[in-house]
Design a protein around this ligand. Structure first.
Ligand SMILES: [Zn+2]
Length: 357
């Protein structure tokens, strides 16, 4: 967190923060009251001024546009609430972020490559309020974490896969931003393994993400056209598997369709292996499932992952204990906003204590 010298925000009690969640396509902006457990209000969603909206624009221009958009929206919040202006800004950002708030990369926001951007420092200088910038999944972990919380691993399964381990009041990460990238663990070493967003082959995110499952269903349909023709999505109108999307697959699995369920199981073999390795190495016994695809399939997704974990075995755990350790997260779009608001509230409180002592 960067706090300008002598900033009055750190000596106030009960305050509003502007919170933002910068994703590849959407910028979410809200106001967060840190009192009590924290309360989120006035959420706006808009397209990010990045690569998705302005394809083909050079990376430094996109970086500038995104920074300008964040500043503009933060200033708009401050101006909109006379007398109770948000006194600080907390940003959850889609990309690896170093401990000092430097964005190390943002492939979905402004494309791959480019120099690291000291976003926290830049925003703090331009806005003259305390600013915190953290990775979006790190922020999401703070939605579920407290200093006394049972250690847990957040697992997000959407167009990609990500994870964060939370223990003893902190998200376990290397200071340089490494960690939380189970989605880029190589689990299929065959030469024709599915291609990941990052350009490598056989990564977990290319296989078990929503996009990976969709590709797997299409491959299975090509290999067994008759089987696919009897499947629920084919009978519901997607006779050509190219017409399929993740919503149709999620619905089919929820309804117990054997074809799509079998394909999903085949991808969960790899996700369960990753979870099993996290458990075996550091003993985490709580896994919170998030992400559009996992939550769209819902309880059935959780059950199928548990079945696979039990089949592979978690050393020292009974099936009942494996079942109890996998839970579904909240099914909304506010993880980054709430999490980063809570984290910033804690950091400001800790700072206040230090100033007062
Ligand atoms: Zn990858």
């Amino acid at each position: 967190m960067t706090i300008p010298p002598g900033d009055p925000a750190v000596t106030e009690t009960g305050r509003l923060l502007t919170v933002m969640d910068v994703g590849g396509t959407t910028l979410r902006v809200g106001t967060f009251d840190v009192r009590g457990g924290g309360r989120l209000s006035d959420v706006d969603r808009m397209r990010v001024d990045g690569m998705d909206r302005h394809p083909g624009t050079p990376l430094p221009v996109l970086q500038r546009q995104v920074v300008d958009q964040i500043v503009r929206e933060a200033e708009r919040r401050t101006g909109a609430l006379p007398g109770s202006a948000p006194a600080a800004l907390a940003v959850a950002f889609a990309g690896p972020v170093a401990r000092d708030g430097t964005v190390l990369g943002a492939p979905t926001v402004w494309g791959g490559g480019g120099d690291p951007l000291p976003l926290q420092e830049i925003l703090s200088a331009r806005l003259s309020v305390p600013v915190l910038v953290v990775n979006d999944l790190t922020a999401a972990a703070w939605r579920y974490g407290t200093e006394s919380a049972v250690p847990f691993c957040l697992l997000t399964v959407s167009s990609g896969i990500g994870n964060k381990v939370f223990r003893d009041g902190e998200v376990l990460l290397d200071a340089g931003g490494y960690g939380g990238e189970l989605g880029h663990w190589t689990c299929d070493r065959s030469p024709d393994a599915p291609l990941c967003d990052c350009g490598a082959r056989g990564h977990l995110g290319a296989i078990a993400s929503g996009r990976g499952v969709l590709a797997a269903v299409r491959r299975a349909a090509a290999a067994d056209p008759a089987g696919y023709a009897r499947s629920a999505p084919a009978r519901a109108g997607a006779a050509d598997p190219r017409l399929l999307g993740n919503p149709e697959i999620a619905e089919a699995v929820r309804d117990g369709d054997p074809f799509t369920t079998a394909v999903l199981r085949s991808t969960l073999v790899h996700l369960a292996a990753a979870v099993g390795a996290v458990f075996a190495s550091i003993g985490i016994r709580r896994y919170v499932l998030m992400g559009g695809f996992a939550l769209a399939v819902g309880e059935r997704y959780r059950e199928l992952l548990v079945e696979e974990l039990v089949r592979q075995g978690c050393f020292g755990l009974t099936a009942d204990r494996v079942d109890a350790m996998v839970v579904l997260g909240e099914d909304d779009d506010d993880h980054g906003l709430i999490g980063v608001g809570r984290l910033m509230g804690r950091r400001l409180a800790a700072h206040r204590e230090k100033v007062t002592l």
